[in-house]
Structure formats: C-alpha cells, structure tokens
Design a protein around this ligand. Structure first.
Ligand code: FES
Ligand SMILES: [Fe+2]
Length: 419
C-alpha cells in the first residue's frame, strides 16, 4: 500500500502528510522499535513515575518496589480511564480516579471497590493477570531506558538495536568519573508543527544553518564586535560558518536509521587537572581523552531519540499527528565533573534548544514551512544531495543527504515496502 511512496533518493510528500501513513507508522515503526522512555535517574525511588506516549499509547514509566523500571499502559482495566494524570510524581499505588480500581506499581490489580458486585468466571478479580495493566519490556543501556511495545521473538535486544550509535551514550557516561549521570535542570519541550521525519531529517543538515539562522548569526556577530564574545554568542555565530566548514563534519550512518555527526565546535581543553585525573583513573587515558574530545553532535536513535553528547543533552521525540511532533530535551549532570561543566551545558540548552532561544524558533519555522508546503499536494521531495564522489551507502558529510536516505531505508524496512 505504501510501496510507491519512498524511493532511494526521493519520497512522495504524502509520507509527511497522510493520516493513513501516520497511523501505519505508529504500528509498524513506533510499536516495533525500541522507543526512548527516559533516564533511570528520573525515577530514582520506588513509585517514582513519568508519563510517556509511545505509538499513541499512554504509558507510565515507573520504578517498582523490586527496584526495576516498568512501562505500564496508563489505561484502567475497568472503563479505560487514564490513571496517572500528572506528568510525573510518586505513587505507591496507582488508583484510578474514576471508580477507584487500584493497581500495584508492577500493574497488578490489587483492589476493586465493592468486590461482591462481581461474580462469574470472567469477572474482574484482584490478582488476575488478565485484569492487570499491560506491562511492556523495558531495557536500559547505561541507564537510558527504552521500551518496546510489540515483542516478537526475532526482536533484537536494545544493545543490538542501538548498534554503534551507542557510542553517543558511552561518551556521556564516560564524562563522569563515577560513571553516573542524572537528569537535572528541568525539561524543555516544544510542539513542532511538522511531521516527525522533518525533525529527524534536519539533525545533520549542514546546508541550512547559514540561511535559516541568519538573523541570530547577525545578532551574535554584533554582540561579538567589541571584545571577547560571550559564550552564547560564539555558539550562535558558529551556525554562520562557510558551507565548506560544514563539509568537514563527518556523518556516520548506522543500520536501522541511526546516525551521528562529529566535528562541530570543539570546546575540549581547559578541564581542571583533578577532573582529568579522575577520568583517567576511571576509564583509562584513551577513553577519558575520547570522552572529552570526540565532540559528537546530534546523534540520532531512529526514530524516537536524539542525543547531543558534547553538551550532555538527550531528546525524546513523540509524534502526535501527521503534522505535530513533541520534542522534549533534558540536560544530564555528570557526577564527579566540575559544576562549571553542568552550568555550561544548561546555558547551551537555553541558548540553542529552548523554544524561546534565538535558534530553535528558526528551525521550527523552517519545519512548519515544509509541512505547509507539502500539505495536500502530492509530488516528490528530493533527497539527492551527495558529497562529490560519495559511494552509495557510505558515510558522508553534513552536506550530503545520505543520512536521510539511510533513514528511509530503515523506514521502508519497517513499513514492509523495501524491495
Ligand atoms: S475506569 Fe477506572 S475504575 Fe472505572
Ligand atoms: Fe537549525
């Protein structure tokens, strides 16, 4: 049904606009892959929970009293009411606000008001697994937790699913001498008025910054005119590098649509010697050096997450409709690193990723225009751009659309349209 929509170097615009494509993507892609739920530090104690939505299903990401995280369907087994209403919180029991059915933090049904009202073999009863909240497999890699809604036997475990893209998560953890990260500094959220793929297709797009971000680049250059620019201005101004500089950024495509890009801004150096010595002791000199200097920028865990290891950012993508996508981002604190590192990363998040920053609204407007331009009109969208001499399927630079083509190879595999 969707076979004619996505080709090797172009797609039909309806992949971004069709409600039928969107609902098929929910079942064939988002319900089948490992979707990013959150970092385990967000639910440190038993009963701590966060809500998430995966493939349209409302979930409760909760720590059970055995210490393990669970992903429960946030849907009462009685009449289907949403049980957890808050974005996050702590609950030793999950009590439905409608008629009071109560569940344990592993989903087991523990209490039904007026149980004498239920009789017969098929009636709801406490302790019966068929009346528990459905619980989906959660796996974590270095405390980054993912869920999978459909688990057929052939499904790859999380580590295999992430493949070499795992490096982005390794680099973040290895900035902590204790090997421990925690989410800190709050959450940034923006609802983009575009299809989820439009966002992922921008992650390594080195052609757009000088143009899309021209106004903030100009402001940053003005701010830098008299003397040493503030750090924020130098971050924003780096979007104004010549295209030849973006052509130096190395983009790697991994199986499954994952990818990463390195080389954008290098702020390593100047770490205090105690921190460096602690990293060396924890990881060995080579890995410590890698953690500090391999500046991965916008790693993509197709299709639900993106990390920015250089500034310790993790982002979660939630498609809401064919033309609406929620993007949330968090900053991770590396335990044992100087406080100045954390503060720098928070400043970065506020300068670049915040919906009220000088930069993010430019991207959001470009995405909105793509969506608007495609609305209701079929026709091809080009993904032809390649580096000179680029071999098909090879790693490219930020001026090539190879990573977009790789995303569509994964898309066709999931959607069952690859020929
Ligand atoms: S819908 Fe939950 S108890 Fe009735
Ligand atoms: Fe941008």
């Amino acid at each position: 049904m969707f076979a004619g929509l996505a080709h090797e170097r172009s797609v039909d615009g309806r992949v971004y606009t069709s409600p039928e494509v969107f609902s098929a993507e929910r079942e064939r892609i988002f319900a089948r892959c490992w979707s990013y739920l959150g970092h385990l530090s967000e639910i440190p104690a038993a009963g701590d929970f966060q809500r998430a939505t995966v493939a349209g299903r409302p979930l409760i990401f909760i720590r059970h009293n055995d210490g393990q995280p669970r992903a429960l369907l946030n849907r009462c087994a009685h009449r289907g009411a949403e049980i957890a209403g808050q974005t996050c919180g702590n609950a030793q029991r999950l009590r439905c606000p409608y008629h009071g059915w109560t569940y344990a933090t592993d989903g087991a049904l523990t209490q039904i008001p007026r149980p004498a009202g239920y009789s017969g073999a098929d009636s709801p009863k406490t302790g019966d697994p068929s009346w528990a909240l459905p619980s989906y497999p959660v796996e974590s890699y270095r405390d980054f937790a993912f869920v999978r809604l459909q688990c057929d036997r052939s499904a790859a475990p999380l580590e295999e699913f992430l493949g070499e893209a795992r490096e982005a998560l390794d680099l973040m953890v290895e900035r902590s001498p204790a090997g421990k990260l925690s989410v800190a500094g709050g959450r940034l959220a923006i609802v983009l008025r575009c299809n989820w793929k439009v966002y992922l297709e921008n992650l390594h797009d080195g052609m757009h910054p000088p143009q899309v971000h021209a106004s903030s680049i100009g402001a940053a250059r003005n701010a830098s005119r008299n003397g040493k620019p503030p750090l924020e201005a130098s971050w924003v101004a780096s979007n104004g590098q010549p295209l030849s500089a973006f052509g130096q950024l190395a983009v790697r495509c991994h199986p499954g649509g994952h990818s990463d890009m390195s080389g954008f801004r290098n702020e390593a150096g100047g770490e205090d010697s105690g921190y460096r010595a602690a990293l060396d002791a924890a990881w060995g000199a080579r890995r410590a050096e890698q953690a500090l200097t391999r500046n991965l920028h916008n790693a993509c865990f197709y299709p639900t997450a993106s990390a920015h290891p250089q500034y310790m950012q993790m982002r979660r993508l939630t498609p809401l409709a064919a033309d609406r996508t929620l993007v949330e981002s968090w900053t991770l604190r590396a335990h044992g690193a100087p406080e100045s590192h954390f503060l720098r990363n928070i400043r970065y998040a506020n300068t670049i990723h915040s919906p009220s920053s000088l930069v993010k609204p430019d991207d959001a407007e470009a995405y909105r225009r793509v969506q608007q331009g495609l609305a209701g009109v079929s026709g091809h969208v080009s993904q032809h751009r390649a580096d000179p001499g680029e071999a098909p399927g090879s790693a490219g630079t930020a001026l090539s659309e190879e990573y977009v083509r790789a995303q569509y190879r994964a898309w066709r595999d999931y959607m069952g349209t690859r020929r």
